[in-house]
Write a protein that binds this ligand. Structure first.
Ligand code: ATP
Ligand code: MG
Ligand code: MG
Ligand code: MG
Length: 464
């Protein structure tokens, strides 16, 4: 059954409201917790409750939470399911119901509300969680071979080295049941997509690593709105859902091309533009402005990637503010603040885009000087400076060099890139921001987010 993104959101919240959950609005992308860069999951606003630092106003809550995961930025457009910006639908129990109910409701929602055929669903549990395994098999009736036991990395959640933690259970949709049950490999993302993740917070871990049962057992879950939309709208990826595709079509129109006729590289660029535009409008609407620190840096990097991918698909004029209009129109019914902050969003985009275009132009000038000196080859170092300081994608440098019959020293470029990576390690984008990763570990990395290798004169931002 085809459901729009808005209908999926509504049905989810409604389902849990009918089961005693208080519907709460999405929290800001800027977390209250000053140690966390951006809201990466639906549970983040409730973290103080889970940690026992605050008592809940309601025993059960449900939300559709705006999230940004910069650790997935490289996946954007390359996997069918990852975004920087996405919405996580969640149901939460604060010391109230636990595993049995959480599993039964997740199943009922998936099969009775979203009408997914049970034979298309596969679930995972934590290796040692016999209880969850038993509930799936005996209460729900899933054949044992369709309940996969997984390890700590994917199926055990902790908010830090010590504190509340517990096993997870996930629900996957099978796009190719014809491949048979003998070969179930949940890592195969051409066949399976994880859409619902249930966390059973049942232990406290002490400094020695001992697990003791928590007095207050909690439930924290997340269902990806765009992923459910992909499944129900029967499109090949999240990007072609009604939540994002209109932005892609608008970008294609500005470029004078058509998504459907485009090659894979062009499609990736269009997807990056569609994804990042959403991230950008919500980040600005929630109060971030572009800079070289922390959240401002994330925003700047997103905007510059939009501009760069716009150029890759042949857009040569400023276009981001115009495209923001499409993104705002798509989001405003669920998130009215994007319309309220329209002028700020468009102004910020115009400013950042023109600054970046100037930088690109200075890079073009530098490159023509390099070419005029008639080198045998463009050195890796020069290509890297163009890339890192002037936002020149490698392909652009190569293309221009080729026009003069020159090649680029790729090994040298890679070496310079690797050097830079080492220098800026732990600085920002490489942190594992997944919920399973430790939020506390993340916090250690928030402060040194200063962009290394930047100077005001150079306007540097690495936008690979
Ligand atoms: P994956 O393994 O596919 O990267 P995940 O295990 O990292 O997903 P969780 O941290 O469990 O994801 O988040 C809960 C849910 O939020 C996922 O089941 C998925 O539906 C959705 N989700 C997570 N990351 C993204 C993303 N980058 N883009 C879109 N949806 C996401
Ligand atoms: Mg996963
Ligand atoms: Mg998961
Ligand atoms: Mg992930």
């Amino acid at each position: 059954e085809f459901l729009t993104g808005a209908q999926i959101r509504e049905k989810f919240l409604d389902f849990y409201a009918k089961r005693g959950h208080q519907i709460l609005p999405s929290a800001s992308l800027i977390p209250e917790d000053p140690t966390v860069l951006l809201t990466i999951a639906g549970m983040l606003p409730f973290k103080p409750i889970f940690l026992g630092q605050r008592s809940p106003d309601f025993p059960r809550a449900t939300t559709s939470q705006k999230c940004i995961r910069t650790n997935d930025i490289e996946n954007v457009g390359r996997t069918a399911r990852h975004h920087t910006f996405f919405e996580m639908l969640g149901n939460f129990s604060f010391g109230d119901y636990f595993k049995k109910e959480a599993i039964a409701w997740a199943w009922e929602l998936s099969t009775k509300v979203f009408n997914l055929p049970p034979e298309r669903l596969v679930v995972s549990v934590f290796r040692e969680d016999d209880e969850a395994f038993g509930i799936w098999r005996d209460d729900i009736g899933i054949p044992a071979h369709r309940i996969q036991r997984m390890g700590e990395k994917d199926n055990f959640w902790a908010s830090g080295p010590t504190g509340p933690c517990g096993p997870c259970s996930e629900i996957y949709y099978d796009f190719h049941p014809d491949k048979g049950d003998a070969a179930i490999d949940l890592e195969d993302d051409t066949r399976f997509i994880e859409f619902y993740n249930l966390v059973f917070m049942q232990y406290n871990r002490d400094a020695e690593g001992n697990l003791t049962p928590l007095q207050n057992q909690n439930i924290d879950t997340g269902l990806g709105l765009e992923r459910m939309a992909q499944i129900l709208q029967k499109v090949p990826n999240n990007y072609e859902t009604d939540l994002i595709f209109p932005i892609i079509e608008a970008a294609a129109k500005i470029a004078g091309i058509r998504y459907g006729d485009s090659d894979d590289r062009t499609k990736v660029s269009l997807k990056v533009v569609g994804d990042h535009l959403r991230a950008v409008i919500h980040t600005i609407a929630d109060g971030v402005s572009a800079s070289n620190l922390g959240r401002g840096y994330v925003l700047r990097r997103l905007i510059r990637r939009v501009v760069r991918h716009g150029r890759l698909i042949g857009i040569s004029r400023p276009f981001t503010a115009e495209l923001a209009e499409t993104a705002i129109a798509l989001s405003e019914s669920a998130y009215p603040n994007v319309r309220e902050r329209e002028a700020t969003i468009k102004g910020e985009l115009e400013r950042e885009e023109s600054r970046f275009l100037e930088t690109l132009e200075r890079g073009e000038k530098l490159l023509s000087e390099i070419l005029a000196s008639q080198p045998a080859q463009i050195s890796g170092r020069d290509a890297f400076v163009l890339y890192d300081t002037y936002g020149f994608p490698l392909e652009l440098t190569q293309e221009i060099a080729e026009e003069s019959g020159l090649s680029v020293d790729l090994a040298g470029f890679e070496a310079a890139m690797e050097e830079q990576r080492q220098r800026s390690q732990a600085a920002h984008e490489t942190i594992d921001l997944t919920v399973q990763g430790s939020l506390d570990k993340l916090a250690e990395h928030i402060h040194p987010t200063e962009f290394l290798g930047y100077s005001e004169v150079q306007s540097t931002v690495n936008v690979e």
